[in-house]
Design a protein around this ligand. Structure first.
Ligand code: ATP
Ligand code: MG
Length: 378
């Protein structure tokens, strides 16, 4: 029984495409079904479908391009509105999230999987949170889990540069998603709210927002849409409500930072006690910041041909602590201070964690010197 319904989602979509005379949709989903059948071991049926595709290619596409998909382009500039991300070969460990966040993601995934079996309502996920907290990474994970291609549309480009054709562009995006087995990832989604600022014209904003809502509603029955934004406060509540799932991402907690350091540092050798210090020092950093520190350390290792030490990590962290968002990073307060001031601040924060020998390692000085610095002796 299970076997019988496994391919129903594709069947429905192919029939739906045929009834609407949408040849691209029929072809795309037929090719997708052939791949799925082959994976399931039914090579004969897969070959038969592919042969049908080849024999009936009245659009005269090059051989082997049965799955050809012309990317939608801006109606005036002809720039592609969308970009394909290859997630097939990716081997990223899953993002580090709280249990609650995983519960949401997993529920979304299981609904999306069962949704693939029948033509039910559209399914959509809105991810919101500060930069570098794993939104794009999670989108790739979801695409991988569902075995679908991921297409990213960067809405800021689509909207601000080609204002006049915005609604047309949105339509083209959604048309594409409707006839392609894929996840449509709307990145920088808040851009649709910025129309107001750019044009000083409320009418344009309303048109764009309405166009989105209409498209989300009518796309309806088959596709998967994920949107991401750093500025959820800019989103219209009507849009906000349209998404079947919403997921807040944030700066990693202490436990999450622990996992991140362990994961990102893995090619470098740091001891547990050193990692404990890095976890505390990176308070207020995003996942992406922590990853960046680790990448810089790896580069140092290549350049200097020796394993980076704790003092190198401390330096990189200090350099990364400035800039945007500095105020939330504990470490920003330690920048450009002398050794005495740094020792004092660290000791005040946590005297057990920042022992004299820990401070010595962080600053690259001897323990005796660290002790003297902390006491304010030159
Ligand atoms: N929660 C997390 N778990 C694991 N890795 C993370 C996490 N957050 C960020 N990272 C790391 O940082 C990198 C960049 O994060 P990502 O691009 O997903 O952030 P984003 O939320 O999409 O940021 P932006 O809003 O700027 O687009 C990821 O590829 C990953 O290596
Ligand atoms: Mg992103």
């Amino acid at each position: 029984m299970k076997d019988d319904i496994r391919f129903m989602g594709e069947m429905f979509r192919i029939i739906n495409g045929a009834l609407r005379l949408d040849i691209d949709k029929v072809r795309n989903y037929t090719a997708f079904l052939a791949d799925k059948l082959e994976k399931a071991g039914d090579k004969a049926s897969a070959a038969r479908l592919r042969k049908m595709l080849e024999e009936n290619d009245h659009q005269l596409r090059p051989a082997g391009a049965a799955f050809a998909r012309a990317l939608p382009v801006d109606s005036e500039s002809r720039f592609p509105l969308i970009e394909r991300v290859n997630v097939k070969g990716l081997s990223e460990p899953p993002a580090i999230l709280s249990q609650e966040q995983w519960d949401t993601v997993n529920e979304f995934l299981s609904i999306a999987k069962s949704h693939a079996q029948a033509d039910t309502a559209a399914i959509s996920l809105l991810m919101y949170g500060p930069p570098g907290t794993g939104k794009s990474r999670l989108a790739r994970h979801i695409a991988q889990e569902l075995g679908l291609e991921l297409y990213i549309a960067r809405l800021d480009g689509l909207i601000s540069s080609f204002l006049g054709s915005t609604s047309k562009n949105i339509r083209a995006l959604f048309d594409f998603a409707a006839r392609t087995p894929c996840i449509l990832f709307l990145d920088e989604f808040d851009a649709i709210a910025k129309v107001r600022g750019d044009t000083q014209e409320l009418g344009e904003l309303k048109r764009v927002v309405n166009s989105f809502i209409q498209n989300l509603d009518t796309l309806g029955t088959q596709s998967i849409v994920i949107a991401a934004t750093n500025h959820e406060e800019l989103l219209d509540s009507a849009i906000w409500r349209r998404f079947s799932y919403r997921l807040a991402l944030n700066f990693p907690s202490q436990d999450q930072r622990q996992l991140m350091w362990a994961q990102f540092l893995s090619p470098l050798q740091f001891q547990e006690r050193e990692i404990e210090l890095l976890v505390d020092l990176s308070d207020g950093f995003s996942g992406s910041d922590i990853r960046e520190v680790c990448l810089r350390l790896q580069r140092r290792r290549i350049a200097s041909q020796k394993a980076p030490e704790l003092k190198d990590a401390f330096q990189v962290l200090q350099n990364m602590a400035i800039g945007e968002g500095a105020e939330r990073r504990f470490l920003a307060g330690l920048r450009s201070k002398d050794e005495h001031a740094i020792s004092t601040l660290l000791r005040q924060r946590n005297a057990r964690l920042y022992s004299y020998s820990a401070i010595a390692d962080l600053l690259g000085i001897s323990k005796a010197t660290a002790f003297r610095r902390a006491k304010g002796v030159a």
